[in-house]
Design a protein around this ligand. Structure first.
Ligand code: F6P
Length: 344
């Protein structure tokens, strides 16, 4: 078969490991010819692809990012682009496509399969870990480790100066990174999109904590955390082709408010894209490799319109429609039953 692969949406550690596994099993086991579309759906629209083989993927396992490039292009939002996608697949003689991405990329994949009969298989990717159809996505473990390492470093400087450190991590709709890194890093408060926060309560908890002694505090905030209505003014931000607001910067507003209300010196660290860069952890390399193998197997089983996923540590196939249906939010039991025990 002639099998194509693309990576779409925000990049994520582990993408190269997926591509490498698809190529390895495709070429060596199935005798496939592999090609990679560059820059996500944009490359399919423009008919830009590169040949892929085992030799080309050598040395890429520990590399962050994606050797194919990526974009947040949505063919359903660009005039005539869906027709160009179909033409490009036909012209390239592509028998099947493996689409690696998050809810946006997989949403496009789902529509191309359901509405236009494109033979494709999805692989879930997002450091945010918010896809409901899979228990875990690769990149999440790496992002949590990077955020935890950063928090560990912030502790020592916070303690030396008796300061509050507000650490902003990624997570637009769900606070998985914030919750995990916050628990692992011993945060005094964790603010997530799932639970509107009350700035009065945050400040009262920090004050109680500091009154007990000379304690520095770490506040972890997910970029998509929302204050209770009317309690803090956040500025409007730009919107992309998938309708997502460009986030980032809530920590600045929060820190100013904490300092003004409590009188504690407060500093801000916005981790931003550091969380998405660099080498994947061993866990993510293994998960990505398992996903890549499962994806090429699904192609050869004709399991189109499906996505590979993890359920009870087994790789399973689920309909792409399920992948893009519902968001997976932070388990309230983890947030309230575990993280919250250490607040204040
Ligand atoms: O969806 C993954 C993600 O890393 C989000 O956590 C974040 O809000 C967004 O991508 C950032 O996107 P960009 O790289 O386009 O700034």
């Amino acid at each position: 078969m002639r099998v194509a692969i693309l990576t779409g949406g925000g990049d994520c550690p582990g993408l190269n490991a997926v591509i490498r596994a698809v190529v390895r099993k495709g070429e060596r086991h199935y005798g496939d010819e592999l090609v990679g579309f560059v820059d996500g759906w944009k490359g399919v629209i423009d008919g830009r692809s590169v040949p892929l083989d085992v030799a080309a993927m050598r040395g890429t396992l520990p590399k962050g990012g994606t050797v194919l490039g990526t974009s947040r292009t949505n063919p359903f939002k660009v005039e005539g682009a869906v027709e160009r996608v179909l033409a490009s697949l036909a012209d390239g003689g592509i028998d099947a496509l493996v689409a690696v991405g998050g809810e946006d990329t997989l949403g496009v994949a789902h529509r191309l399969h359901a509405e236009h009969g494109v033979a494709l298989v999805g692989v879930p990717k997002t450091i945010d870990n918010d896809l409901s159809a899979t228990e875990v996505t690769f990149g999440f473990n790496t992002a949590v480790q990077i955020a935890t390492d950063a928090i560990d470093r912030l502790h020592t400087t916070a303690e030396s100066h008796d300061r509050v450190m507000v650490v902003e991590v990624m997570g637009r709709h769900a606070g998985h990174i914030a919750t995990y890194a916050g628990i692992a890093g011993g945060a005094a408060a964790i603010l997530v999109p799932e639970e509107e926060f009350d700035i009065d309560e945050v400040c009262a908890a920090l004050t109680r904590r500091h009154e007990k002694g000379r304690y520095a505090s770490i506040v972890v905030v997910a970029e998509g955390a929302q204050p209770k209505e009317g309690s803090l003014a956040l500025k409007d931000a730009e919107v992309d082709q998938f309708g997502h607001v460009k986030l980032g910067g809530i920590a600045n507003v929060l820190a100013e408010e904490i300092e003004a209300r409590t009188g504690f010196e407060t500093r801000v660290t916005i981790l931003g894209h550091v969380q998405r860069g660099g080498t994947p952890t061993a866990f993510d390399r293994v998960l990505s490799t398992r996903f890549g193998i499962a994806a090429i197997d699904a192609v050869h089983d004709g399991a189109f319109g499906q996505m590979v996923a993890v359920r009870a540590d087994r790789i399973v196939r689920v309909p792409l429609a399920d992948a893009v249906g519902e968001l997976k939010l932070v388990d309230p039991e983890l947030y309230h039953g575990v993280a919250e025990v250490f607040f204040g």
